[in-house]
Design a protein around this ligand. Sequence first.
Ligand SMILES: C[S@@+](CC[C@H](N)C(=O)[O-])C[C@H]1O[C@@H](n2cnc3c(N)ncnc32)[C@H](O)[C@@H]1O
Length: 248
Amino acid sequence: VVKKLYLIGMGPGDPKYLTLEAVNLMKKLKLFFIPGKKGKKFELTRIRKDILSFVKGNDDYQVVEVLFPERRKSLNYEETVQEWRNQKAKILKEELQRHEEDEAGFLIWGDPSIYDGHIAIIKEVVKETGLEFEVIPGISAFQVLSAHHKEPFTDIGESLLFTTPRFIRKNKKIDLNTVVFLDNYESYNLLIDEDLEMFWGAYLGLKEEVLISGKLSEVRKKVTEIRRKLRKEKGWIMEVYFLKKVKR
Ligand SMILES: C[S@@+](CC[C@H](N)C(=O)[O-])C[C@H]1O[C@@H](n2cnc3c(N)ncnc32)[C@H](O)[C@@H]1O
C-alpha cells in the first residue's frame, strides 16, 4: 500500500523544465501515477512518459495510467466539479491500495498550485486513509509564457490576476493585468477594451510552440485563426495568454 504520495510538478511538457528537486525525487521512486488520456490526447500521456524515461533511463520502474472519468457537463459548475473530484479521490484511493510500494509519485502538469485539482483530491484521500503527501513545485506554463515573450507580468507596483474564461465572459472587461488559462471559448473576443495588449502562447516549451503578441484589437483575429487551425490539426491545444493595459 502506498503510504506516501509526492505530487510532482513536472513543468509544461519538456524535461528541461524539471527542477533538481523533482529529478532527485523521481530517481528515487519506483512507482508513478499519471492521468491516462485517450484518443488524440494520448500525446499528453506520451509526454509524461517521455519525461519519466528521460529521468529514469533504463531503471526499473512502473507507470500506472489512472483513468479518471470525464466531468459531467451541467449548469451547476461547482457542484459537478466537486462530484468529479470525489469520484477521482475514490479511484485514486483504490489505486494506492493496489500496490506494494510504500512511496509513489504523481506527475502534475506544470505546477500543482494553479488550475489543478490534485491537491484538493489528495486531501480527500488523506481524510479517509491517513495518506501522507508532499507537493513538489514545478515550472508553470505562465512562467514560460512571460519568459518567451520577454514580457514581465507586473511593471512597477502592479498587481496580477489569474483567471479562466468564465470571469471574462461574466465581466467583459478587466482592470488588472490578467493571465487567462483554459480558454477554449476565445473569450478574449468579448473584451471591448481597445487599450489592451495580448501575449498569447500555445504548446509553450514544446517543439510546436507558437507565440503571438500585439494590441488585442489587432491580433485577436490571427490568434483565433491560428488556434483553430492548430487545434484541428493536432486534436488538442494548450494555450495561455496574458493581457496588459497599453502604456501611454
Ligand atoms: C489543467 S491546466 C493546468 C495548468 C498547470 N498546472 C500549469 O502550471 O501550467 C491546463 C492549462 O494550462 C495551460 N497550459 C499548460 N501547459 C501549457 C503549455 N505547454 N503551453 C500553453 N499553455 C499551457 C493551458 O491554459 C491549459 O489549458
